[in-house]
Each structure stands twice: as C-alpha cells, then as structure tokens.
Design a binder for this molecule. Structure first.
Ligand SMILES: Cc1ncc(COP(=O)(O)O)c(C=O)c1O
Length: 439
C-alpha cells in the first residue's frame, strides 16, 4: 500500500533540484542547513518561493495546495488583501516607531469583545513568550511554585512547560515529569506536575493532592487535533475552579477552531488565555489575556506589582495591523465555510481509508484535521506517541506532497478560508490514488 519511501524520495529529488542546491548552500553556515529545526524534512527541505491564497510555490516552480498553513497560522490564507493593505499602510507610517500607536486599543477591544473570559490583554512576539509570561503571572499571583500541564501538550519552548511535551515516563495514570531536551534546568522537572489527558479520575486525584503547590494548570483543548472531548475541557475548568487553581488556556492553535476559540466551543471561561500564530496574520505575535484580577499584576502604573512584561518588538505596528485585519477577517461566515470544508474532508477521508481497507482514525475540529494510521482512539499522548505505523504516515505525507497537497510545516492539516470544495476533493482523490499505488 503506497509506494516505497525510496521511490518517493527519488521523485522528490527529481522535482526539486533548486531546493537541494539551496539546502547544500546553507549547510555549511546553519546547523543542519536549516534556519529553524521545524523546517527540516528528509532528505532536504523544499524552499518556498511565494504563497497566495491557499497555494504555495517552491523555488523549482511546483505549486501546492497549502494544508500546512505555516504551522496553522494562516487560516485566512496567504496575502489576504485586507492584511496586505493593513501592512502596506504601516510601511508608509514608518517602522520601529518606539512608542505606542492607535492600533493597540483597537485590537485589544476586538479580543475582549470575542472572549468573555478576557477583560484585558497584553501583547508579545510568540506563543512561547505568552506562555512564559503566563507562567510567571500565575506563580506570582498564587505564590505557589509548580506548573501543572498535560502529558504531550506543547505550550512553547521555555523550560517550565517543555516537560513531558515530547516523551513520556512513569505510569499512564500518574505520569512522571520528563524534560524534553538536554540542557533544561533540573528545576523544570521538579516544578512540573504532569496530568493525563482524558482520564478524569486521575486528574482529579493528582490536583486534589497537590493543589497547594500548583500555581496553574496549562491546558490545550485540541493538542495536534487529538480527540479530547469538550466535556473533558469543561471538567478541567470545573475542577480547577473548585480547587482554586488558575486555569491557563492555550489558544495558540485552537483559536482557529471558532470565533471564541476552543473555550467558546466548550462554553468555559479560563482564568488566563494565551494566544499566538493566527492572531498575527503571518507576523510574529503572542498575547496574554484574562480577567482584571489576573491581568492587574502587569499594571505597574501605581504601586509596583513585582512583575514586569515587555519586549523590544512586542506589539509592533506591523504585527498589530496584520493581526487586527486577520481577526476581523475571521468572521462567523468564514468559520462556517472552514468548518464545512473540514467536515467534507473528514467524512471523505473516512470513506477513502475504509475503501482502501486501511485502518485509520480521522480527528478534526475547527480548521484543523489530522489522521492516524490506527483504529484506536487518539485521546492521550500515550495513544498518539505509540502509533504502530509512523513510517506509513511519513510515506503518505510525502506522496500527498508529490501530488501537490502540502501538509509541511503543519500541525496535521489546516483548512484556510480561500479553499473551495475542489481543493478538498483534490486532496481526497490524491489520497485515494496514493493508497492504491505501489512501486
Ligand atoms: C499549542 C501551542 N502553544 C504554544 C506554542 C508556541 O508558539 P510559538 O511557536 O509562537 O512560540 C505552539 C507552537 O506550535 C503551540 O502549538
């Protein structure tokens, strides 16, 4: 089922000689020849020339329908006219202005208007920064040292949350904290409490036992499009509220799920929310929002609170302009269109896998969709990280790419607003073909 990796790679090499030359040029001056780790794909990355709407072109002139979507950040599509106009307007006003601009209140109002849980919002440059500041906020507010998070969830690349984000240890119902990378502070593991997704009993037990030392529970409702139910999300909100532990909702990816993010879909109000990705319309962005009582720790205009938050490029005018245009462009109609396409893709893929006799689990919500080569539920890190056939998934990804459908740089597949039925149907047809091909 599907061609061998060798034959797919051979075709990839044939189609992308300029990418190969570019990678060889970069190899002596960048580790692995790549500007960031996530861009590495074997045998070498494809280099992007340009992107427009739902298409992306590589430097060899090949066009792909872009389901990768810049790590899920481009839900409105590439070069959306409103975003382009907003950014052009800022070029004329100058950049690196060194002071606040009139864009700030506008975008802050847009966010507080969409999220009932948010009275105030602060901006930074990435999801990682937002997560870092949120970590400090909840520690400072509660005076407690530990950060609880779910096994396998990724909340950015700072030490406090890069524990059990890649790799699992200990019993499934009471996981041990394990640092994702060498070089992390030992304190990161010591200060982490790891919770298992989709296991209410164990989560409640751990939180009850350790509530006096936990500063906050970080929570992503849809890590990588796993099957986490809205009921489980509501349970996490209820139990943290009952125990007096702040809940930090990570909407860095799940903001793409609907106008009020995953919290809107589940009907909950977390204490603090962090944002990134789609919020910036392709520009580096992060934001932290929450109720007044939480956000006031960032207000040093009166008595110093003991906690500062800033950054040279935080809230720069390009990001704010692109972000504002993007958030305004993500109307209920756009979300409805994206939802409809995602459902079409979901149902279609279930049918294609069934027809091919390939065990598969299709999981989707909002703009995001993923498929796993198993018939088991994908509702925890342990289920996702022990997939039986990762090699088949790699072959499918490359075969799709060669047929013009890219999921590269993605978290599964992301639907974008410019897509139409024909793009979804093309993806389905490509999947159907590749599953029946062999060398
Ligand atoms: C759920 C989640 N939180 C936080 C982050 C970190 O965001 P950034 O890459 O902007 O630092 C990511 C990035 O992929 C993410 O997926």
């Amino acid at each position: 089922m599907t061609r061998s990796m060798d034959s797919l790679v051979e075709e990839y090499r044939r189609r992308t000689p300029k990418s190969r030359a570019q990678w060889e040029r970069g190899a002596p001056v960048m580790p692995g020849g790549v500007i960031k780790g996530a861009y590495w794909t074997s045998p070498y990355p494809h280099y992007v020339d340009k992107a427009k709407g739902c298409y992306v072109w590589d430097i060899d002139g090949n066009r792909y329908v872009d389901f990768g979507n810049h790590h899920s950040a481009m839900v409105l599509g590439h070069s959306h006219p409103d975003v382009v106009a907003a950014v052009r307007g800022e070029i004329d006003r100058g950049f690196g202005l060194g002071g606040p601009t009139d864009l700030e209140a506008e975008i802050a109002e847009e966010i507080t208007g969409r999220f009932p849980s948010i009275d105030k919002v602060r901006f930074c440059n990435s999801g990682t920064e937002a997560s870092l500041h949120a970590t400090r906020m909840v520690r400072a507010i509660t005076g407690r040292p530990k950060i609880a998070k779910f096994e396998g969830a990724y909340h950015g690349s700072h030490d406090a949350v890069e524990v059990s984000s890649a790799g699992a240890a200990g019993p499934a119902d009471s996981p041990d904290p394990v640092a994702a990378w060498k070089g992390m502070s030992r304190a990161a593991e010591e200060d982490a409490v790891i919770l298992p997704y989709s296991d209410r009993e164990s989560v409640e037990l751990i939180l009850r036992e350790r509530k006096d030392e936990i500063a906050g529970v970080f929570y992503d409702a849809k890590p990588g499009s796993w099957e986490i139910s809205d009921d489980f999300t509501r349970f996490v909100r209820d139990v943290t509220a009952e125990l007096g532990i702040p809940m930090v909702m990570d909407e860095v990816v799940s903001f793409r799920s609907g106008p009020g993010g995953a919290q809107g879909l589940a009907g909950i109000e977390p204490d603090v929310t962090i944002f990134g990705k789609a919020f910036g319309g392709g520009f580096p962005i992060g934001a932290i929002g929450g109720k007044d009582e939480y956000m006031q720790i960032l207000d040093n205009t009166g008595e110093p609170t003991g906690m500062g938050q800033s950054g040279t490029f935080s809230g720069n005018s390009f990001t704010l302009a692109a972000g504002l245009a993007t958030i305004r462009g993500l109307t209920p109609e756009v979300y409805a269109h994206v939802d409809r396409l995602r459902e079409r893709l979901h149902e279609g893929l279930v049918g294609v896998f069934e027809e091919a006799g390939q065990p598969a689990r299709v999981v989707s919500a909002g703009a995001g969709l993923d498929f796993y080569m198993t018939d088991q539920p994908m509702n925890s890190y342990r289920s996702v990280s022990t997939l039986p056939d990762a090699e088949l998934a790699d072959r499918i990804g490359l075969a799709l790419f060669l047929k013009g459908f890219s999921m590269r740089g993605g978290i599964g597949a992301t639907i974008s607003a410019p897509m139409q039925d024909k793009h979804i149907d093309g993806f389905l047809q490509a999947m159907q073909e590749l599953l029946s091909e062999s060398d």
